[in-house]
Design a protein around this ligand. Sequence first.
Ligand code: DSN
Length: 415
Amino acid sequence: MEHDHVREVDPDVADALEGEIDRQRETLSMIASENHVSRAVLDAQGSALTNKYAEGYPGKRYYGGCRYADEVEQLAIDRAKELFGAEHVNVQPHSGTQANQAVYFAVLEPGDRILSLDLTHGGHLSHGHPANFTGQLYEVEQYEVDTETGYIDYEGLADLAAEFDPDVIVSGYSAYPREVEWERIQEVAESVDAYHLADIAHITGLVAADVHASPVGVADFVTGSTHKTIRAGRGGIVMTSDEHADDVDSAVFPGGQGGPLMHNVAGKAVGFKEALEPEFEAYAERTVANARALGERLSEHGFSLVSGGTDNHLVLVDLRESHPETSGGDAEEALEEAGIVCNANTVPGETRSAFDPSGIRAGTPALTTRGFDEDDLRTVADLIARVIDAPDDEGVKSEVREEVADLCAANPLYE
Ligand code: DSN
């Protein structure tokens, strides 16, 4: 991939951009929240729409010259409605966190109450972590997964809701490998007269392809990221019913953001069009089948998986039993040296620290985009096991790096 125009002006940045493309081509991207978007989405995101201010919404802008911005945003909205069956869609949030912020801003006052999953059990910063604005503006109580089974403790959630009386219950997670029972959480929300926000950031693509149950039409608000499993332009999205449409729109703009990033909205429109093609459903199915194959083979190697396996695009490995001397950080570093990029992650009942936790999280969205199949993922699991069994062995890492190079060459990226 050439960056000739950048190189003419700024060779330092051009070198970094080309280095990044090479890094993505030559390593296995297994960060569960990452993917490789198409050249079409890259083009749209690198387009002249980056120059355009378009505060407002299609047909109701605060600036002139918005004809093409209107066309692009309306296409993104219409395609998202078709993909998810949502009554109302806002495609302007700059990120999944901004999408969540819009929902909180639409229905909460400072000091109101949020009930959400603890970060170390798979939740997200923007669901109420003390270091995030949510933890500072709102009163937060957190439910957990059952540490024995790794599944959401739905009964504990119901008990906590009855006790805490939240204004919003947040479902949808960042490191949870199992299907979420949206209706069950909706029932709890209704029983305490709370809104239900389902954050499908990680599984937006799986929901769009009907590979995971959809919370659209169940929860009051559904937020998502648009660049993870759905592989569209970078950013966020909010879906809701007509009843809450105006509140959400004014919470996004002018409530939380100024001008939308129209180049990213164009990337969302293009990615949603791709996701409406039948091939996308096959991609989403393969992503899940690949994660299952990865998890099963890791289990055969003696690794303990949180919840024993996966229903979605990621596995969460708890290293404490199988590799008590190896932290998630040690494993992440050794794997990266061998060309396998994933991230250290907390596990339920965490006994180390958030900075150097006991687990690793690994996902299949990006490898599946490159064409990896279940056999490939079993091979990748074998490579992961070899590295984590001997994280300081330079010979092992060098051998694995060569096998990674072969897998990458067989599944080229951005040719
Ligand atoms: N950073 C994302 C993730 O890795 O899950 C969430 O925002």
